[in-house]
Design a protein around this ligand. Structure first.
Ligand SMILES: [Zn+2]
Length: 176
């Protein structure tokens, strides 16, 4: 069973612009607020929030960490709206994107916490390269994510690289 995401062309363009600014080569991030259609297994993006410098505890060329205040504010917004969250960030220098080992370590800590806080709603993460994307979704009780198949953007479908799930299966991220 595949999992996909749908969003408007306008959201997609705004997100691309935010994730790849001309004069800043650090990683950038944001969050999308979504309804999850459990029959289609599709996250439908209804809103998104770019993250700015003050939202981060650390923002480097290859590492992002949110401040506790930002995490609390995102959880509160998602809770109030009764929606799922998708975290997004960029890997500006990667050709065929996949999550890093640091990303995976972050998921192991953050995903169970945020899902517990949001009533076990599905959660997902996307990593964007300049012209590619990859993602994981946590839908059921399993700690193991599933690969996101792709993103429906208006009338087009952007398929993920699938590289993160291959890395997971090969044990590259270490213990699950
Ligand atoms: Zn990353």
């Amino acid at each position: 069973m595949t999992v996909s995401i749908s969003m408007s062309v306008a959201f997609y363009n705004d997100i691309q612009q935010h994730l790849f600014p001309r004069a800043d080569r650090r990683e950038q991030g944001g969050f999308m607020f979504c309804r999850f259609d459990k029959y289609r297994r599709e996250f439908q993006v209804i809103e998104w929030r770019p993250l700015a410098g003050s939202d981060y505890a650390f923002q480097e060329r290859d590492y992002l960490e949110l401040s506790d205040k930002t995490k609390a504010s995102l959880i509160k917004s998602a809770h109030d709206l009764q929606v799922s969250l998708i975290e997004i960030h960029s890997h500006p220098r990667q050709i065929k994107v996949a999550f890093s080992i640091a990303d995976w370590i972050g998921f192991k800590e953050f995903v169970p916490h945020i899902r517990w806080r949001l009533g076990k709603r599905p959660y997902a993460a996307l990593v964007f390269g300049h012209s590619c994307v990859d993602g994981f979704a946590w839908i059921d009780e399993s700690k193991l994510p599933v690969s996101i198949d792709g993103i429906n953007i208006g009338n087009s479908f952007v398929k993920t690289t699938g590289n993160s799930f291959k890395a997971l299966e090969r044990g590259i991220y270490g213990q699950i």
